[in-house]
Design a protein around this ligand. Structure first.
Ligand code: NAD
Length: 264
């Protein structure tokens, strides 16, 4: 199967690092025009240069904007009024005991992880429906279905993304627009590397020992028994963004290493 997205414009939010950056590279390799997003111009510029190296003809540009605020989303949409493919990737996570999570954290997690995708879908989806082609992908998590007790606020936002994603898919009936969610499991992104490095320091272990122990202790149900690479997640996202994925709509697609034990 050859995925060719030349002529399509893809926006990947939070693509200066981690899973979003790998998705941007994966889409650039299909010939799509890719728009990078992050909060700071310097990181956006560095990411544009890195993604341009693997591009196969598409234009690689970027917009610095904080998608967790209404103003940031408005700035992004003003700079980029139309996209064919919207990847709602931006997300934050932080383990914190439930009794210590203040209201502000609940609100911040909701704004970054949920409202970013809500606002951008509201801005971009009408033109997709009018043109009768488009792809919206929400990067949720296995935590949407298996709520982690160490970060219930994060789990709440990931479940909310599934709800928004499925609801938006209902609005595509009879069109060639699709809206799906992808559920990664533990994935070795920059954010997670920092988390594992902290664990290694605390426990006097190497980073690879700390990563292996984390999976054994905290994700014993993982069938792959390791962190996924960011490219493994990006592969699924590139596929569901492709023209070939036209019969996959309203789905919650797993790339979680078999952690979730239910069949459907
Ligand atoms: P990361 O921290 O490595 O990268 C996040 C990116 O988003 C960075 O480029 C950061 O600069 C950007 N960003 C953060 N806040 C932003 C904002 N307000 N506006 C614009 N950009 C912003 O994260 P990651 O691990 O790659 O996670 C990406 C997505 O994947 C998140 O939605 C996360 O919940 C989801 N996810 C990650 C894992 C994992 O184990 N890494 C597992 C399941 C789901």
């Amino acid at each position: 199967m050859h995925i060719d997205l030349s002529g399509k414009t893809a926006l990947v939010t939070g693509s200066t690092a981690g899973i979003g950056h790998a998705i941007a590279k994966g889409l650039a390799a299909t010939g799509a025009d890719v728009v990078i997003n992050g909060r700071g111009q310097a990181k956006v510029d560095a990411a544009i240069a890195a993604v341009a190296k693997v591009a196969t003809g598409g234009k690689i540009t970027g917009v610095a904007a904080d998608v967790s605020t209404a103003e940031g989303c408005a700035k992004l949409v003003a700079a980029l009024p139309d996209v064919d493919i919207l990847i709602n990737n931006t997300g934050i996570f932080e383990p914190k005991p439930f009794f210590d999570i203040p209201d502000e954290d609940w609100q911040r997690f909701f704004d970054v992880n949920v409202m970013s995708g809500v606002r951008l879908s509201r801005a971009y989806m009408p033109a997709m429906l009018k043109r009768n082609w488009g792809r919206i992908v929400f990067i949720a998590s296995e935590s949407a279905l298996m709520i982690p007790k160490e970060m219930i606020h994060y789990g709440m936002t990931k479940t909310a993304q599934l709800s928004v994603s499925r609801g938006l898919a209902e609005m595509t009936r009879g069109t060639a627009v699709t809206v799906n969610a992808v559920l990664p499991g533990p994935t070795m992104s920059e954010g997670v590397q920092t988390f594992v490095a902290d664990l290694a320091r605390q426990n006097g272990q190497s980073e690879s020992e700390a990563a292996a122990n984390f999976v054994k202790q905290h994700r014993p149900g993982s069938l792959i028994q390791r962190f996924a690479t960011v490219e493994e997640i990006a592969n699924m996202v590139v596929y569901v963004s492709s023209k070939q994925a036209s019969a996959t709509n309203g789905a919650a697609l797993r790339a979680e290493g078999g952690l979730l034990q239910t069949i459907a």
